[in-house]
Design a protein around this ligand. Structure first.
Ligand SMILES: Nc1ncnc2c1ncn2[C@@H]1O[C@H](COP(=O)(O)OP(=O)(O)OP(=O)(O)O)[C@@H](O)[C@H]1O
Length: 630
């Protein structure tokens, strides 16, 4: 993996972002280049005209023509600069918006494991802060450097014609400035990248603090959280200081060497004019050209800073843009697997011609099938190993077991948020790796454990998975989940639910998630503890709703409270990363010691011993009480 502060291929990415990705922008890039090439023409012409005027005044020639020419050139330069600024700003804005959209597109499509691994605040800062820096690279950076280099080079050529000796004197001190600039350039990008990474971490810490602001208040942790975020701000400040120290050395070095160059020209040139070996007009022109050499140096030093800071930001954007999307990662994995299968087949003397279609049993397929599935989260211990079970079509299947046993993981694997490490998952007889994520998910609906509600209106939340649902359908879905009272609010479906649905209670949020899931067309409903935040009465009505969901709907429900799943068609008991037992409530009570223990702990049966684990022989008698087993 690339080291954090290592400069990446920023210029190449900049080229890709401005040119390769934007057909409509190419015209702007060409015009930007042309204007940058032409911009030095004006300051190169002006000193020549001034020299004519000075010499004409000395020789008492008519001055009107050169003065008018000077005025025309100066005016044209002003207009030209206006056009150039507009073109470059437009190019910059258009590149920034495209890059932002590309980042958003990718950031919303990364494999779920990437969100687990990364800090969300850092991803957000790449989208906001880093793309803003990209703007200045284009509008004030790269093209300024082109103009400055051309103007400097052009001036040097003209200076060589006017007075080579004076030029040699000048260049010796300008060289000092160039060396100082080079020194600045080499370290700037690395330090900028570090500074931007610190800003990313600061944003991530801040996002964490805002996310849990109530918990932080209750635990009186505001000061400590402030210290965490502030220390990240301090890190960014220190990197900024490092940058400033370098600039503090380089900027005066550049300015001083420029001053020395001017003094030298005045001294040597003045002396030569006084002794008659140089015309006054030449000295004036020389001085003006000298400004054309040294001013671009200053301009270049600012532009180089901008470009280096911006390139560091582009590196960070490029890093995100190079992460494969969920679909790309799956395709790459599939291609690698096919290649290795083909190699193995070739080595064995046969070549597979078609993907293996899996049908051990010719009868109707179960809707979901896990066969020997093994899975571990990135870098973690195994969560599932050799897990096999089937979910018959139209059935209500429950998954129960100890907390942390992998119940939610099973739902995440069915929804293909993660790829299994081994084994196969099939939906409707087809290996889900052979399906696109979209086509798989088009068959699913889900109520997640923490039932996220999105900032926005009630209507927007309901329409998330059913954008075409009618108003009546939305209202009736709300009534189905006992949320009809929300419609009494004066804003009705337009009611704003606040950030993460803060205006709703926990139970209301969960019921809203139910309504959203039911509105989305689905064959398979995945429910992850979908009644954990609702009262007993609502729980009962949601269960009834589930029963009346319609023939053809298959549900897989993770549950802690066994009371909610006793009438399931089958209950899968997970333990130790595998399936400990499968059956109905009654058969499991009879055959599965673990299930009997869970049921006893929740007061569903009167079994006062724990035959499996030898735990306390007195489980809480309260129905629904939850202990170590959920
Ligand atoms: N995104 C993740 N990254 C790393 N490890 C994870 C992740 N999600 C879950 N785990 C780990 O995987 C294991 C199984 O988690 P999972 O959420 O599937 O259990 P569960 O049976 O649903 O638990 P609970 O009943 O408490 O909700 C746990 O040890 C958990 O720490």
């Amino acid at each position: 993996m690339k080291r954090a502060a290592e400069p990446g291929p920023g210029l190449r990415t900049l080229w890709a972002l401005t040119w390769e990705r934007g057909n409509g922008r190419r015209r702007l890039v060409v015009l930007g280049c042309l204007t940058s090439l032409l911009a030095p023409v004006f300051p190169l012409l002006q000193p020549l005209i001034v020299r004519d005027i000075v010499e004409g005044a000395g020789a008492e020639r008519a001055l009107l023509a050169p003065v008018l020419l000077l005025a025309a050139v100066t005016l044209s330069e002003a207009v030209f600069t206006g056009v150039q600024v507009y073109l470059l700003k437009r190019l910059a804005e258009s590149t920034v918006v495209d890059t932002r959209q590309a980042l958003i597109r990718r950031l919303l499509r990364l494999p779920v494991v990437e969100y687990d691994r990364r800090r969300l605040g850092d991803l957000i800062s790449r989208l906001s802060t880093d793309t803003s820096l990209l703007r200045s690279v284009i509008s004030n950076g790269v093209f300024d450097i082109i103009s400055a280099v051309l103007l400097g080079a052009g001036s040097v050529v003209v200076l060589a014609f006017i007075d080579p000796l004076l030029l040699a004197v000048t260049l010796s001190s300008v060289l000092l400035a160039a060396v100082a600039l080079w020194a600045l350039m080499s370290s700037l990008r690395r330090i900028s990248r570090t500074a931007q990474e610190h800003v990313g971490r600061m944003t991530a810490e801040f996002e964490r603090a805002l996310h849990g602001v109530r918990t932080i208040r209750v635990f009186d942790a505001t000061e400590r959280e402030y210290a965490r975020v502030a220390s990240r701000a301090d890190d960014a400040y220190r990197a900024g200081l490092q940058l400033s120290r370098r600039e503090a050395v380089v900027q005066p070095a550049v300015t001083t060497s420029i001053q020395i160059a001017i003094f030298m020209v005045l001294l040597v040139g003045g002396y030569r004019v006084s002794e008659g070996s140089m015309a006054l007009g030449d000295l004036v022109a020389f001085l003006l050209y000298l400004f054309s050499v040294v001013l671009p140096l200053n301009q270049a030093s600012r532009a180089i800073t901008t470009v280096q800071v911006g390139l560091a930001a582009i590196d960070r954007s490029a890093e995100v843009l190079s992460i494969p999307t969920e679909q790309e990662a799956a395709e790459a994995a599939r291609a690698a697997e096919n290649a290795s299968e083909a190699r193995a087949a070739l080595a064995g003397g046969r070549l597979r011609t078609a993907p293996a279609v899996i049908t051990d049993d010719p009868g109707p397929h179960p809707l979901v099938e896990f066969r020997d599935v093994g899975f571990r989260y990135f870098g973690g211990p195994p969560v599932l190993s050799g897990t096999s079970f089937t979910v018959p079509r139209g059935s209500r299947t429950a998954v129960v077991g100890p907390s942390g046993g992998g119940k939610s993981t099973i739902l995440a694997l069915i929804a293909r948020f993660y790829e299994p490490g081994s084994g196969t998952i099939r939906v409707d007889g087809q290996d889900i790796r052979e399906m696109s994520h979209e086509s798989l998910r088009a068959r699913l609906s889900m109520v997640e454990q923490d039932a996220p509600v999105f900032a926005g209106s009630l209507r927007e939340n309901l329409r998330l998975g059913a954008p075409d649902a009618s108003e009546d359908a939305l209202r009736s879905a709300l009534r189905d989940v006992e949320l009809g009272a929300l419609l009494d609010h004066p804003d009705g479906l337009d009611r704003d639910l606040g950030d993460a649905g803060v205006v709703l209670s926990g139970g209301q949020r969960q019921r809203l998630a139910w309504a959203r899931a039911l509105l989305h067309d689905h064959e398979l409903l995945l429910l992850d503890e979908p009644t954990s935040s609702v009262d007993a009465e609502t729980e009962w009505s949601l269960q009834r709703l589930l029963s009346s969901c319609g023939i053809g709907t298959t549900t897989v429900m993770v549950a802690h409270r066994l009371a909610t799943v006793v009438d399931s068609d089958q209950i899968i008991v997970l333990d130790g990363g595998g399936v400990a037992a499968v059956g109905t409530h009654e058969s499991l009570l009879r055959d599965s010691p673990l299930y009997r223990t869970l049921a006893a702990y929740q007061g569903l049966v009167d079994d006062r011993t724990d035959p499996v684990r030898g735990l306390a022989a007195e489980p809480p008698s309260r129905a629904g009480a939850q202990g170590a087993y959920g």
